[in-house]
Write a protein that binds this ligand. Structure first.
Ligand code: SF4
Ligand code: SF4
Length: 121
């Protein structure tokens, strides 16, 4: 299968994971978002509106998937959103579902002999 090395801003031209899964989280994580952006799942969990359905697409996702996208609540997004990492299993599953080429995970090497190295996580 074809795959490609991700650029640092790969998410800005993707958005697949924001339109594939039900994005649920502990309800209190939604308190910093507009009220209509979240929906209750049960007494403990909420989810992003638009993601609890077959054709999932988060209400906060702006733009066109696979072209140029942005998250309207990026700073307030849930821990569930933050847990998806570029090129991880969930990322590539969503990308494949949207007919996008999966990304290759590149391990970060230890920055030996480079005290000025800042690891971006
Ligand atoms: S599917 Fe992967 S590359 Fe696309 S937005 Fe999500 S984390 Fe970023
Ligand atoms: S809140 Fe933002 S990061 Fe999370 S699924 Fe929606 S658009 Fe994606």
């Amino acid at each position: 299968m074809l795959s490609q090395i991700p650029t640092q801003d790969a998410c800005l031209t993707c958005g697949a994971c924001c339109a594939h899964y039900r994005v649920s989280f502990y309800w209190a994580e939604g308190l910093n978002m507009p009220e209509h952006y979240t929906e209750p799942v049960n007494a403990v969990y909420s989810c992003m509106a638009g993601t609890n359905q077959t054709q999932s697409r988060c209400i906060a996702l702006g733009g066109e998937i696979g072209q140029a996208v942005s998250c309207r609540v990026y700073e307030a997004r849930s821990s569930t959103c933050k847990s998806v990492q570029i090129a991880d299993e969930q990322c590539n599953k969503a990308r494949i579902a949207h007919q996008m080429i999966p990304l290759i995970s590149i391990p970060l090497h230890d920055a030996e002999n480079d005290e000025d190295f800042d690891q971006v996580s």
